[in-house]
Design a binder for this molecule. Sequence first.
Ligand code: G6Q
Length: 547
Amino acid sequence: MTRPVPPRVTSLPPWKALVAQCRMIEHRSLRSLFAEEPERGRMMAAEGAGLYLDYSKNLVTGETLRLLLELARECRLSDHIAAMFRGEHINRTENRAVLHVALRMPADRSLVVDGVDVVREVHEVLDRMETFSRKVREGSWKGATGKAVKNVINIGIGGSDLGPVMAYEALRSYSDRSRTFRFVSNIDGTDFVEATRDLDPEETLFIISSKTFTTLETMTNARSAREWLLSRVGSNEAVRHHFVAVSTNADEVRKFGIDTDNMFGFWDWVGGRYSMDSAIGLSTMLAIGPEGFREMLAGFYAMDEHFRTAPFEKNLPVLMGLLVVWYTNFMGSQTIAVLPYDQYLKRFPAYLQQLTMESNGKHVHLDGSPVDTTTGPIYWGEPGTNGQHSFYQLIHQGTRLIPIDFIGFARPRNPLGSHHDILMANLFAQGEALAFGKTAEEVRAAGVPDFQVPHRTFEGNRPSNTILADQLSPRTLGSLVALYEHSVFTQGIIWGIDSFDQWGVELGKVMAVRIIDELSGKKTEAPPHDVSTAELIRRYQAMKEGG
Ligand code: G6Q
């Protein structure tokens, strides 16, 4: 039976009205919008799960927002949210449920999917992680020669790396400083060599994090880790003391030589980029402790509940997701900058790149038909204030429209003189300057010579959101990540795409394999390549032999 073809989003009445809005908004400025609506800065704000979102500095009117919310309703966003939380197979191309929200449901909740209470299973794994983490943190988990673990190395890539790295960096001030935590992801041998060069194998624990336990990079690094250990600590028996696995594939874990008693599982309904709060977060739990990890889950859960229950006009992820649609589809923006004013969030933009771009970088609808709109924007960013001394120039005075998410905290983790007030003053100043600019008259009045006036004039109208929270904590981090997860979900529903598959990534996993055999001389008959690739391979081989 063929499914009925859903109406194209571009044919919906609010979409058409938004096209007209866009033409109107081009003639408006944030200065005039703020002048007309004295309460705008307070009204266009929402709060949830400990986060305050000020979205007043966006190029929208009340009518624009009304139409965006109507669009969400016409796309049946509420029904889709409910379907995700019920465990329906909304990841259609892989025929899977999408249940990262179950990873943070409290133990007294229950969610039965395909006859199984997934919340109970989640908490069984969490409890095992906790027991293991306590042993390592208390020093009762010993290496093969009886030494306690001082170094933890997570080996994984993509979703099995970016979340753990980001969370470790973000929550470093809560971490056990007596231990070293490192993360190896790249197949480039440099990554492994540099991560281990100053470490004692007798005190080192490897977490091999891989949902499939077949990923080329991770398994190659894991094998090198095993050799590194065994060349210094002797027998195969050592492996069980120095290796644990996080995976869904018990057979491969066993084949590698890791005791499945030391394996922490998760489920096919957890996508890699949505897995930092599953067992993939074992390194996070080891670093910040089980209580800290559960706090982080509570932050995720608070945002999940906000997303599930708050009216759309006060719903942070819905508002942020719709604003992304507005800029991407109507205002012609290509990118979104995420600028956290917190050094601990230095890996947050990289984490978000995977979450957003792997989820919504799609060219067909769920039914396989080509999309008729632009989909996922490019996300990028750096912590403030560093970026101010480099790329902000283009945001202020370039020709592109780059919406921004500023992120800041009221209380610093490391109070140091007036540093924090200066940091936050910069965040506020940037948002203000970008929105309201500086007119030629103002520049001239400041005594600037005529020839410089155009260069020192700022048009303004550069939009931004500001997310403000009390302090960067495990709980706040959980809420922040969930905010972006659900914003991505909202965008995906409007575009009618599958935000939970990743066929482009799968392609990369198989493409290199045939060339690897060719380079290693295993395959004497080279597969046919295009002339450019063939010449590059020939030169590489010649240069390698020459060197
Ligand atoms: C995430 C992607 C991808 C994946 C890595 C690692 O959503 O699917 O980034 O996480 O390719 O895969 P494994 O965990 O199976 O090694």
